[in-house]
Design a protein around this ligand. Sequence first.
Ligand SMILES: Cc1cc2nc3c(=O)[nH]c(=O)nc-3n(C[C@H](O)[C@H](O)[C@H](O)COP(=O)(O)O)c2cc1C
Length: 437
Amino acid sequence: MTHLQHFGRFFGRGFGPQGWGRPDYRWNYEWQKPAIYQQAVRELEQAGFDLLIIEDALSLGSPETLNLRVNPAYGGPKHDPLLLAPYLFGVTSHLGVAPTVNAGAYPPYLAARQFATLQHLSDNRFGVNVVTDVKSARHFGLPELGHDAAYDRAEEWLGGIRRLWHSWGEGAHVNDRQTGQFADASKLDAFHHQGEYFNFDGPLNALPFEAAAGDPTVVSPGGSGRSLGFAGANSDVQLALAPLSIDSVTAYRAKIHAAAARAGRLPSAINILFVIKPEIVDSDEEVDRIVAATRRPSDDVLREILAAQSSDLETDLTVLDIDHSIGPGVFGKHVSQGTVNNLVGAAGDIESDTLRQIATRKASKGRISDKSGFVGTAAQFADFFEELGEGADNDGFIINGDLHPVTVHRMLDQLCPSCGTAESCGTPSAAAGCART
Ligand SMILES: Cc1cc2nc3c(=O)[nH]c(=O)nc-3n(C[C@H](O)[C@H](O)[C@H](O)COP(=O)(O)O)c2cc1C
């Protein structure tokens, strides 16, 4: 591999009972305890992964649809990923960990102080995946902002946090045991921030970061025009959800780079990682078997898909007749058009498609070798990663999945079989290269 890329893991269903119903997870499956996550991150680090991002949702959703979340343990309950981070730092030495943080949930002073503490405790490996979901505002006694206003608030929030982080000026931390002076208060910035969404005072009651370390990493996952503007101005890492062709990746990167330039930053300041959920198997025959099996999914598989979609959409699709068209009226006001489009897919039609047709399309899998999907052997994925690195100058990938040792181990066993024994695999971002060893 000539074009070095970064690999990260997106713990896509967050710090909750993601594997609760799975028979292969039952042994020692204590999702509330740190051990399973600690084992998984050790393996990710050994395989050369750079970054772990932990998904989060603050709320269990609307009161009317709570059962869709908690009954199958899909999407809730969830514990706070920020508090899992120190346990993961404790067993790794260079993996970055970025829990998801909603900019509406932590007031800037509290956020700045907690994040600074975690940056120090982790030896500068902390990051935050900044999200702006507004549906949980009622749990905090806050007004539900509009989409773009939530990004405006997040921008003010982050600006305030950065100002607090830098409220210890040059030379403020004296640290001179001979003179007995620890710090120089004249170099602290006791500023007052009065903004549209927040007002608070500095300076921050936490030590500044060492110059070489820099601020914690800011990750952003949004895809709208407003959120790409946020990324251009603020992010170190953008999580990109887009078709994974050379043209599409090139076009997405150009949009982010243009947003960075508009904010007066260098395009190279942002690493753009494309989200992928690979299904890595042993042989071409297995790829064929899996792809063929998804063409005629069983009712059990379809029901599982509908249960997961029901939780995400906060709309119970499992009680509807699977062989009738559903129509747009089934969804409440809380479900956006984009979410419905995503459910139905580009080839579908919400007016006429039956639920069976919709779920069957969701079940359908394709081959990475012909770009019809994401089932393939490790070598085929390595080719694919390499092609996007060289053809689209791609910065890397974020591999979506859970953080159970079983799935992480299975993935790495295929993608990076010699990790843990070969020195070369302990270097950052060696994962796809290892698929070739
Ligand atoms: C890879 C990825 C990860 C995301 N993780 C979260 C998350 O953990 N919590 C959350 O509330 N939203 C998450 N989102 C949703 C985004 O924050 C955002 O709301 C969504 O992509 C819609 O984009 P927009 O805000 O630009 O309209 C994620 C999106 C993507 C693509």
